[in-house]
Design a protein around this ligand. Sequence first.
Ligand SMILES: [Zn+2]
Length: 714
Amino acid sequence: MAELHQRPTTLCCCRKVLPASGGRCGELGGAGPGPGAGPDPGAGGRCPPLDVASASNFHCFQLRHLHLDLRLNFAVKEMSGWLVLDLAPVRPGVQTLVLDSHPSLLIHSIDCKVPGSGQDGPVSLTYRVDPFTDYGSSLNISLPAAVKPSRLFQITVRYTTTDGPAIWWLDSELTCSQSRPLVFTQGHSVCNRSFFPCFDTPAVKSTYTATVRVPDGVTVLMSASRSSYSKQDRVFQFSMEFPVPSYLVALVAGELQHVDVGPRSRVWAEPCLLSCAVNKLGGSVERWLGVAEDLFGPYLWGRCDIVFLPPSFPIVAMENPCLTFIIASILESREFLLIDVIHEIAHGWFGNAVTNATWEEMWLSEGLATYAQRRITTEAYGTAFTCLETVFRLDALHRQLRLLGDNNPVSKLQVKFEPGVNPSTLMNLFTYEKGFCFVSYLSQLCGDVKRFDTFLRAYISEFKFSSVVAQDLIDYFLGYFPELKDAAVAQREGLEFERWLNGCGPPLCEPDLSAGGALTRPVQELCELWAGGDPPDPQALATFDLSSWSTFQTVLFLDRMLDRSPLAHEVMVSLSSCYSSLFDGLNAEVQIRWLQMVVRNSFYPDLPRVRAFLHKHTSRMYTVPLYEDLVAGVMKCVAVEIFYQTQSRLHPNLRRTLQQILFQTSAVAANQNSPALSLIPPSPSPSPSPSPQPPQPGAGTTAAIALRDVNVSA
Ligand SMILES: [Zn+2]
């Protein structure tokens, strides 16, 4: 039974997580739900979460279960059906249910059943949709008087949804096999309100089930622990028996086949990709799971499947429970594939089992998952490899800091949103790498990495299937290590926990990465050889054999050379003659960095390579950075030409992003799927596909710098 596993939680306005069943919150305002009647800010003074239309309301209910019954229609790109919510009020006087929704979601009717109330059948309810932000709307449902505290009631919402931000319909030409259309959803952070009406906050978790009807030949997968298929009815049924937040409900449907790669893991992909995907992952998934279990305790989700998605997938990977989504483009870059899959596996403990209760503290998921990922790679591949990968990412963090400035508020671990800000703006390296550094610091404080593993294991055991705030982690840490509490480590001068969480700028300290020296030293020495302004001595160069380097060494070298660009023309000539042919045979992560150097240095002899790369690659991660560089330099006309030649093979969302890059004089990255590093909200807009927003007053160029040079997983 789902209830056995469920540990429902609700977030009080003072940011303490309470068991919903006993949903008492002394600090709650007495006004109750309804427009303008949100809870009192309370002692914490930072709530309600401003990205959730249901913020004034979700803690008034316990969400026990949700069910989706959907029919997928590829011809008109629609999902239609109904949503059933099993709810129980946790306090008296609740008259309105407020859910997060989206203008792309068309509500047909809403009814309610209150078992045991004496009413015969479902009662039709009145509702109203109000604008909320440019990424969602507010669905206000009037509840019948029969709804009473602790008594279960059931809301059914009949609706149709088309092409909201969560739902990506791919025509068959955008798939790898080009034979059938495909659809996938991407809920992180606040997109799933366009998939189904929900409490779209990581603070609320529930189990879910789903019934999905599709045309013949289409396979449906969901982030669920159980599934079944009736061929006769062409119906897929899913059950997620562990509670998850709305953003982790995910679906993909298309021509998908699988191969089992371990006792609890299988690889799914389009037929033309499957054997490559299986060869690349092989038995590694079970090995990584085993290492992770030794470190952090049992894997809680049962299945650990992986589905490879076409290049239109907007990010690198997403930790949907039981079923990681990952972009097929990463298959050719073995070391990145390895890191990305291990990172998503780590989310099985950090992020999915224990979740950040608000998006303002996303580091609780990403920082801890990054730390866990590196513990796994240390055990599986050694300290040197892990240190090299960490150096590469911390380099990127410092690059982002140089772009944004030390005082940029997005560099805080506890970001404070203004109303209407899309939490996706937190998908930046501070969340990952500054969060990682803080967790590493905690590990350092306890003096022994293995002791800290034991602490993390206990943390998961204590908080699994619930949502937490940073204070929960810190209180648990100090309770687990009373000697550290007695030594007042939280107030250690210059390294105060409060400063870690609320200070802008770089991490207060970074872990010792000298164990990676054997791998990072040659990279640094080669950079220094090239830094002189003149082409280096060929004999000195001959001592460096890049063909024997790992991908992370090569990309670290290229990133550092990118930092030094523009370079003298003679240096570029020499670099090209030394490495250009070698890079042709290496993976896309290497190639894109070399081609960015070509573009940033206006090095025309290698321009054909830029063209060939952009004709081949159609993913956001390999096109947007190159187009941005092309537009910023003297090669803009080349970019326009390539865009017109390739646009028919690009997903409409990516096409829109590139059009904005190419044809807007402003540097603002305004696409709904392309988060910019800004805390300034765009103007609210009821349109499902908001048009680009002009720069906001006060949002200087630094605040509007899009994520570039950054390979962000989710
Ligand atoms: Zn992640």
